[in-house]
Design a binder for this molecule. Structure first.
Ligand SMILES: Cc1cc2nc3c(=O)[nH]c(=O)nc-3n(C[C@H](O)[C@H](O)[C@H](O)COP(=O)(O)O)c2cc1C
Length: 211
């Protein structure tokens, strides 16, 4: 690789590293959504590392509006289970950990620290609730996708679920009203018969256009 001190910018080799085929399978083509989990534990360190990885993926204006509540078996999980849809209860009860992913509706308060070259954006968001909600929801959802891939990158299976009573979870875990749950993700090692049949994906040409 050339060094910038000896070459013009046009000559600098900016080639990035890339995942090999195994890495791509792990994150995408061979990864599955788990519907049951083994008793094998998942450590607090693994759960923290998942976020430490996911946090690097990009958000608009570096806003990072997603918050993560890890729920463990015991009292916390009992409180979670009662708000899950019936069809999602058994799989959630089998997971050694579940993450409640939530939007911080006041994410803009962190803007001066996260976007130091444009701290005034905090006040723009503060004055415009519609813009704040749209930006926050879009970017928290984006971060939820990154989170699922970070679970997979740690050799763990993810089971994302939107089937729950969001108002119920919010009242249960976030009573001050600041956080709004958007997704629950079960995390662990696959258990008995963990996969449903693989569903088809749209064909390339049904999705991709060129201009
Ligand atoms: C945002 C989102 C919400 C989902 N909600 C549920 C749910 O409530 N219950 C459920 O059993 N599966 C749920 N799923 C799982 C999907 O059905 C599953 O990921 C999809 O069919 C792909 O399965 P595969 O990864 O095994 O190919 C959800 C997945 C996502 C990404």
């Amino acid at each position: 690789m050339s060094t910038s001190s000896e070459t013009s910018p046009a000559d600098v080799d900016r080639a990035l590293d890339h995942l090999d085929a195994q890495g791509r399978r792990l994150l995408f083509s061979a990864a599955r959504t788990a519907n049951s989990f083994a008793a094998t534990p998942v450590s607090d360190a693994e759960l923290s590392d998942i976020w430490e990885l996911a946090k690097w993926a990009p958000t608009a204006a570096n806003s990072q509006p997603l918050r993560v509540l890890y729920v463990r078996p015991g009292e916390g999980r009992d409180r979670l289970l009662k708000h899950m849809n019936e069809g999602n209860r058994a799989k959630t009860a089998s997971a050694p950990a579940s993450a409640v992913l939530a939007l911080d509706t006041q994410f803009h308060e962190h803007i001066p620290a996260l976007l130091p070259y444009k701290p005034e954006l905090k006040d723009v968001f503060a004055a415009n609730e519609a813009m704040r909600t749209e930006t926050g929801t879009f970017n928290a959802t984006l971060q939820a996708g990154y989170f699922i891939l970070a679970v997979r990158a740690h050799g763990l299976a993810a089971g994302p679920m939107a089937g729950f009573d969001a108002a119920g979870i919010d009242a249960e875990f976030f009573p001050d009203g600041r956080l709004h749950s958007i997704l629950v993700v079960n995390i662990g090692h696959p258990g008995e018969n963990p996969w449903f049949g693989r569903l088809p994906r749209l064909d390339h040409d049904d999705v991709v256009q060129w201009a």
